[in-house]
Design a protein around this ligand. Structure first.
Ligand SMILES: C[S@@+](CC[C@H](N)C(=O)[O-])C[C@H]1O[C@@H](n2cnc3c(N)ncnc32)[C@H](O)[C@@H]1O
Length: 277
């Protein structure tokens, strides 16, 4: 599933360089995700949730809004700081560190969530630790949004290819394949068999569920610049190159009717119940 965790290790620290952009640029997740968390995983008042890789809180806010008590483990110090500032004085504990390394109480959480973050955790450690911290009968919920959909027309697909061909051709192959922009191969969220197998492999979960949610996002030029400036392959570009790509995408959107584009998105959700309880 992950061939080169060394690259992941170098890339996963980059989010701390883009806290503002991340907070303003990532669109959050469709309501159906939270409906699944409530109806399947029992999310609600006083439920103890562990959140892995919360960033500036795209998911933390909706969890707190539903009355959950959240412990969030965040690798990046600037992200962790923003999260604390943003949600104080909510029932939120923010732990700084890598999920695989921080000490957490075993069998303590009702739900463990990881949105767009579990691929940043070494696979050989991550799933076993999720199982260890969950109460018997608790739920793991991992999900990813994919900011394009190969089955629907994406008005930014061609402008993106043009901009990458000009400024960052090494990111082009993945963009053409309709994967997460700049990522080699399929998006982690769409590796359905591997994801389901990872739950089965630790021997601590009932068979996992997979849900694919189709939705779309409408963005102004500024929103497109912010969003693309949060993707890790883009964060790894030289600042001048990143600015050039973002400027070109922004100019394309600006020239569209109303200065907006509507893009097809997917959110792939994986839910599994901890055995026992
Ligand atoms: C793509 S962002 C997702 C943020 C948020 N969950 C969301 O859905 O918008 C990934 C976040 O995970 C954090 N992260 C990466 N590796 C981590 C790890 N091993 N343990 C905890 N956090 C990690 C990054 O610092 C970043 O804030």
């Amino acid at each position: 599933m992950v061939e080169d965790f060394g690259l992941h290790r170098r890339r996963r620290v980059l989010f701390g360089t883009a806290v503002d952009r991340y907070e303003r640029g990532r669109p959050g997740y469709p309501a159906k995700v939270y409906a699944l968390l409530e109806s399947v995983c029992g999310l609600g008042p006083d439920v103890e949730v562990l959140e892995i890789g919360p960033g500036p809180g795209q998911v933390t806010g909706p969890l707190l809004d539903r009355g959950a008590r959240v412990t969030a483990v965040e690798l990046s110090e600037p992200m962790a700081r923003r999260l604390r500032e943003r949600y104080r004085p909510a029932p939120l504990a923010v732990l700084l560190g890598a999920f695989e390394a921080v000490v957490l109480p075993e069998r303590s959480f009702d739900v463990v969530v990881a949105a767009a973050s579990f691929h940043w955790v070494p696979p050989e450690l991550g799933m076993a630790k999720v199982a260890a911290v969950l109460r018997p009968g608790g739920w793991a919920a991992l999900w990813w949004s994919i900011y394009t959909d190969s089955e629907r027309e994406d008005p930014l697909a061609e402008p993106l290819r043009v901009a990458l061909r000009r400024h960052a051709p090494h990111l082009l192959a993945a963009a053409s394949a309709g994967a997460h922009p700049g990522q080699a191969g399929r998006h982690h969220g769409l590796e359905v068999d591997d994801r389901l197998a990872a739950f089965a492999l630790v021997g601590a979960f009932e068979p996992a569920q997979h849900h694919l949610i189709r939705w779309s996002g409408r963005h102004t030029a500024e929103e497109v610049r912010l969003l693309f400036g949060t993707f890790s392959p883009f964060l790894a570009l030289e600042p001048g190159v990143l600015d050039a790509v973002l400027a070109e995408l922004g100019a394309y959107v600006q020239a569209q009717p109303g200065g907006v584009v509507e893009r097809p998105y997917l959110t792939a959700v994986y839910l599994a119940r901890r055995l026992g309880g």
